[in-house]
Write a protein that binds this ligand. Structure first.
Ligand code: 5RP
Length: 234
């Protein structure tokens, strides 16, 4: 017999996602994150809209999430109609539990994710518990979104800040392009002692659009692991 094996990590992501989606109430304007964990949030909100009559409107953080939200029947809105959001629920690549500082952007949506997160009263992060780190920069590179013109110079400058820089590419060897048609430079810094200072230094480089350090933004993390669900609130 053939069939797909159950994926234990996907199951943990779904548990965290369902718990977070329960925070959403009638009338809320909701930011919808991007990635495999946020996927389960959008699916659960879609289920609640259809089966429970939940009345929300949402702003997606990527073209992929927008397509999923439309399929799920979640009403969408714009910043023009709703400049402020009540809650954003999104995934993360790294979480520092002491501070709730994050690295995001492995899925390439960090720019819209940061705009939507910064417009929301609450930023709730959902993940499996493999994303916890003592210091950001331990598990994955910090993605930096740059405009295509002159990216090579920005890469040199990022190298001078201590990064090993790799432009993100897709399978056929061409550059990965974000929804905004920018490039991503994946920057390995190693464990980061002062993410706030590093974020400011990256921002100061001309040509940088945004970086994946989310400092002081998350209000809550909901993670699932073998020993259950853990909620940290700041
Ligand atoms: C996309 C992101 C994602 O939220 C992050 O990469 C986590 O993804 P996943 O839930 O698939 O592990 O920042 O830009």
């Amino acid at each position: 017999m053939t069939g797909t094996q159950p994926d234990p990590i996907a199951n943990l992501k779904q548990q965290a996602a369902i718990k977070a989606a329960a925070l959403v109430r009638d009338g809320m304007v909701v930011g919808l994150g991007t990635g495999s964990t946020a996927f389960f949030v959008v699916a659960e909100l879609g289920r609640r809209v259809r089966e429970e009559g939940l009345k929300i409107c949402a702003i997606p953080t990527s073209n992929a999430t927008e397509a999923q939200a439309r399929e799920e029947g979640i009403p969408l809105t714009t910043f023009g109609a709703h400049p402020e959001l009540d809650i954003t629920i999104d995934g993360a690549d790294e979480i520092e539990p002491r501070t709730l500082n994050l690295v995001k952007g492995r899925g390439g949506a960090l720019l819209r994710e940061k705009i939507v997160a910064s417009a929301a009263k609450q930023l709730v992060i959902v993940a499996d518990d493999s994303k916890y780190v003592d210091h950001l920069g331990t598990l994955c590179p910090v993605p930096v979104e740059v405009i295509p013109f002159g990216w090579e110079n920005v890469a040199v400058r990022l190298g001078q800040l201590g990064a090993h820089v790799t432009p993100r590419k897709v399978r056929d060897g061409s550059f990965y392009l974000t929804d905004e048609k920018n490039l991503i430079l994946d920057c390995v810094f190693g464990p980061i002692e002062d993410p706030h200072a590093l974020g400011a230094a990256i921002h100061s480089l001309v040509g940088v659009v945004e970086h994946g350090l989310f400092i002081g933004m998350a209000t809550q993390t909901i993670t699932a692991g073998a020993d259950g669900i853990r909620v940290i609130t700041h």
